[in-house]
Write a protein that binds this ligand. Sequence first.
Ligand code: C2E
Ligand code: MG
Ligand code: MG
Length: 589
Amino acid sequence: MPRHPTPEQPPSEIDPDRLALVAATLFHRSHEAILITDQANRILDVNPAFSRITGYSREEVLGLNPAILSSGRHSGDYYRSMWTSIEKTDHWRGEIWNRRKNGEEYIELLSISRVHLEEPGQYYHVAAFSDITALKNHAKELDRAANYDDLTGLPNRQLLEDRLRSARIHADRQRRTLSVCYLDLDGFKSINDRYGHPVGDQALRTLSERLTRALRSGDTVARIGGDEFALLLQGDDNHEAVYQRILATVGEPVELGDESVTLTASLGITRYPDDSADAEGLIRHADQAMYSAKEKGRNQYHFFDPGLDEHRRRRRNQLMDIARALENEEFELFFQPQIRLTDCQLLGFETLIRWNHPEHGLVSPGQFLPLVENSHLEVPLGQWVLKEAIHQMNVWKAAGEDLAVSINISAAHLMDRSFADYLESYLHSHPEVHPGQITLEVLESTALEDTKRASNVLARCRTLGLQVALDDFGTGFSSLTYLRSLPVDSIKIDQSFVRNMLDDASDRAIVESVIFLAQRFSYPVLAEGVETMEQAQSLRHMGCDCAQGYGIARPMPAKEVLEWASQWRNRVQAGSSGKLDQLISAAQR
Ligand code: C2E
Ligand code: MG
Ligand code: MG
């Protein structure tokens, strides 16, 4: 280690000749370009590295002004401030764009020193620089990768957030507003499916260019991913016309191969400072609003509304959970027996769906079916129930029990164009299942919008051999209309009337009337929600044919059904008079 010189021992001075030799060697061998100019800034000498970097030989540049290297990229002010620094401090250091002899631009890290000579007022300038173009390019590459989208060259989400953060500060200072728009192409997947991904990519590039052109220079178009873009619009003058223009820009036909395709988008918009969320929050809110725009129909825009959009977001998340649950087979069918009141014979089981939620345990249908109603999951979930119920019938049949099942069908599922076809083909592939053992329970309380069509679908199901029951009878608006116009085989009295019929005269009157009505139409009638012996007896006396309820058994998992059925039969066989009472009190124990 070289020791630091102490004040008592001044360093031995290098002799000037040696120093000159060291300097000359350094000058010649340095990797940095070195150039020396005189007071008038004429080049006195350059080293070999200078020639290597710039392409000019020493002879070519002697006597010339270094301005021959100028790229023209920097303003006069830039050079003026450089010279001011040299005048004041004898030094300047910075990055500068120059041009090689072959015309190529490069960026150098340059440091210029004014070296004062022995004669007063006389000096040289010594400039040393290295070519940092490759370094810069690499840094730019890294920046690009981190901040820009590969496909379109547009800023990505990260850069958008950065810009949005600065734009918010700027908007605060200038007391101006800004808008964040989330743009999602409608049905873009079908473009990829139909034309292939390269063509889809081309469409995205074309669209990116158009959107960038359609906005002002201070605005940002970013690609968030897939077919999703975000726009940051600055200034107060972002009125409806601007959003219309954005949708119109998306709607300009795009040439894909020989075809011309028209795209549409859904646009969600939020405005700062009305929406005072941070950058991330603004983007999220615009995204939520975009979903609402999608729900309104395609080719629309929608402004963020905190209450409403939050509600929609929650519903969307819950639906996503349900979709996942369907995929993960978290649903399960429970079965509740239905019996004949006159002789206590077991008629079959109603299938009731449950959700085995990984965190919340067994969830009852009342907690998730309302969410599924009118969503894209209604049909898939309904199909799952059909499949699973028929599968169960098969399992029992293989075990020697030919049990009938009653399956709840939602109105939208019933009205779905594929319903009867699906059922027919499923039954076709399961010839061992006897269709007469299947009853479809159609909810009377859900308005079947098109009674004529519902009637046609049910008629077709009956020709397949299935039975139809009108569920929850009396709770809807058009019970009597349905009774008259739908082809049904039986009626179920809703449990809400059965519950209080012994104490409440009106409920009792309704139950009696429904039974009377059913008899006039010659429909068997089943009472739901039979919990007590008294209810069962009273129903039997009123002429009600069948019953279902906790008094007989609670809904049970499929694996308990066979055991329960055989026990019930044994008890029925063993009993004599007053069987029903004994059975119900046995079930309640
Ligand atoms: P629902 O078709 O009227 O089914 C009868 C409901 O009453 C079932 O409720 C059942 O557990 C309950 N229940 C049966 N006996 C008694 C009783 O004695 N007392 C009381 N208090 N309740 C009784 P759950 O399983 O919660 O189902 C509720 C509704 O959800 C069903 O009413 C039906 O409309 C619907 N649902 C259930 N499973 C399905 C399904 O797979 N598909 C469709 N579309 N709807 C279903
Ligand atoms: Mg039912
Ligand atoms: Mg019911």
